[in-house]
Design a protein around this ligand. Sequence first.
Ligand code: ZN
Length: 337
Amino acid sequence: MDSFLLEYRDPLFGILIFLILVFIVSFFSYWWAYYKKREEESSLSRFFQKFEESADKEIVEIEKKKDTKRAFYLLAKAFEKSGDFEKAIAVYLNLSKMEDDFKNRHDILKKLAIVYFKAGFLEKARKIFLESLRIYPRDKEALNYLTLIYEKLQDYKKANEVLESLEELMDVNNQKIYFNILDTVKNQKDTQTLLEIYKNFPNHHRLILEYLFRVNPKTAWKIVKENDFKDIIDILWKLDKKDVDMDIVSKNSFLRELYSAKEYFDFKKRSSIFELDVLLNLKENIADLDFEYVCKDCKNIFPIPFSRCPNCLSIDSLKVELILTKRKVDEKSLSFQ
Ligand SMILES: [Zn+2]
């Protein structure tokens, strides 16, 4: 028995003990490092969990459910929202390959058409919506977008044809009148149609007056109602002096203030409208009037007027806001300097 065991006095025994000690020390230091790493990882996870409670549940759930399609869908939405339409289109095209369900595939088709529409690829959007309507002919959203596409393509007859299909699903009278005005304006047809619409449908007064003051100011002054002056203050402000009807201006307090501030006439020294009052009372000729356009529905502000809000697509939701600006130096007077 003794012959199989090393004597404790044997030098080999010392080496063995040393190796065992080295092994024990390295094992514990390895285990300690591993334990510390795990501990740090779990404390980091606990730290992240605190934020998960307040984060968007829909996105947090993606990881738990391993829902790749949902992740792609949200990615496409994010690209669409940030205006990166090319990437949104690419993601929707990928999604269409991943989706097996017919109805879901059709939904992706429609989303793709909407992104093409927003990106300005009207022809592609039109083709997809027509295909979509071939499958579901009474789809209100697709029909609505199709009218918008024809409006942008200035094909108002086609837009009205689509409205006939929409008529069974919703009230389209306002839109019909709107396209009727746009068609008359585009083809410069007899203004009688516009005068009739102006008399009977007050919703579209701005669109009609903008056209009439541009092409036929005399007729415009004849028919414009006093109630509409403030709604078209920018149009009136930008009229040339020769196109302003002095008779009508002299009889209306608001117009007297407006055109005195514009320095066409010298009727008034004060105005109840702050911006006009400032212009009337400034000693030096340093300020000018400018305008911005607010959508009454979505409250977005635009630098140029619109008949359909570029953001929420409402018709006739425009409200004019006045802003005072620094007067631009006349280029002609500069050239003589
Ligand atoms: Zn809007």
